[in-house]
Design a protein around this ligand. Sequence first.
Ligand code: NAP
Length: 290
Amino acid sequence: MRNAFHFDTKIIGIIGHPIKQSYSPFIHNVAIELKKLEYVYLPFDIPSSNLKSALRGMTALNIKGFNVTIPHKESAIQYMNSVSEEVSMIGSINTIVNDQGKLFGHNTDAYGIFETLLPFKDDISGNQVCVIGAGGSARAVIYTLIRHFKPKKLFIVNRNERRAENLKDYFSEKMKFSSIRTKELIPPTAFEVMRDSKLVINATPVGMHPNESDSITTSTDVFTKGQIVFDLVYNPQKTLLIKTAIRSGAKTINGLNMLVNQAAKSFELWTGVDFPKEDVQKSLQLYLGN
Ligand code: NAP
C-alpha cells in the first residue's frame, strides 16, 4: 500500500463487530492501488451500542462510505436518509454512501448473487431451486432469485422451520410469488428437496472456518450431474459441501465469487470507477494461499 495520504485522501471502510475476519480491507485496498485512487479503506470495530454515534461521526468526518456487516446490517437502516429498492425488499444493508451528509443504504449482496448466478440463468429459470438458511443472506438470495431468475418453485430449507415460514409469507406477499415452499433441515425430506432442485444454495455458516468438518450433507447421493451447488461460505473456498458436490459430479460455485462481486458494486457506488475484478480475484487467491 502507498505510504502517502494527503489532505484530500478519501476514507471508506467497514463497520461491524467483530471485524477482524473481514477480507474487505484487502479487497478494496488492492482495487484502490490498482486504480491509483486517492482513497483508503479501513476496518472499524463498532459494537451495537456505538452504531448511532459511529454513523454521526461518519458524516462529521466526511467518510465517503462504509460496508456494513454483522451485527449492523438490519439496525443501520433506521439511520439512513434513503434506501435502494433492494434494501426495502430484503430488509438489510451492506453498503452506505455518504453524499454530502446524506446517508444512502444499499444491498450489494443482491448484486453479488445476481452476477455470480448470471452464467446459470437458463438452468435456473423454470426449474426448482433450494435455499438452505433463513437469515440475512438467505433473504438477499431469495429476493435475487425471484426478481431475476424466475424459478418454477423455491424451497426454503431451514433448521428452524418457523423462520423459513416467516420468509415464505414475507416474500410471497411482497414479491407476489406464490411458489415458495418450506422444509425443516432434517433428512431424509430435506435431502429429497435438494436432490430434486436444479440449484442448491447454502446460505448458512455451516462448514465455515473453524468448523470445516461440518457440512449440510456429506452424502454423494444428494447431488447429481447437471445440478449446481453454490456455497456462500468463502472461508475455506472448498467447503466440505462443495467437495461433496464435486464428488457427485455437480457444478459448484464458491462464496469468493459473490464476495468479489458485491465488493465491486460497493466500490463503484463510492468511487464511480470500474472495479478491477479479475486482478482483485487473483490477488485474493494468492493472499489466501490458493
Ligand atoms: P445469519 O443471518 O446469522 O443466518 C444464519 C442461518 O444459518 C440461519 O438460517 C440459521 O438457522 C442457519 N444456521 C446457523 N447455524 C446452523 C447450523 N449449525 N446448522 C444449520 N443451520 C444453521 O447469517 P448470514 O448473514 O445469512 O450468513 C450466512 C453465511 O453466508 C455466513 O457463512 C456468511 O459468511 C456467508 N455470507 C457470504 C457472503 C459472500 O459474499 N460470499 C455474503 C454474506 C454472507 P436458524 O434460523 O435455525 O438459526
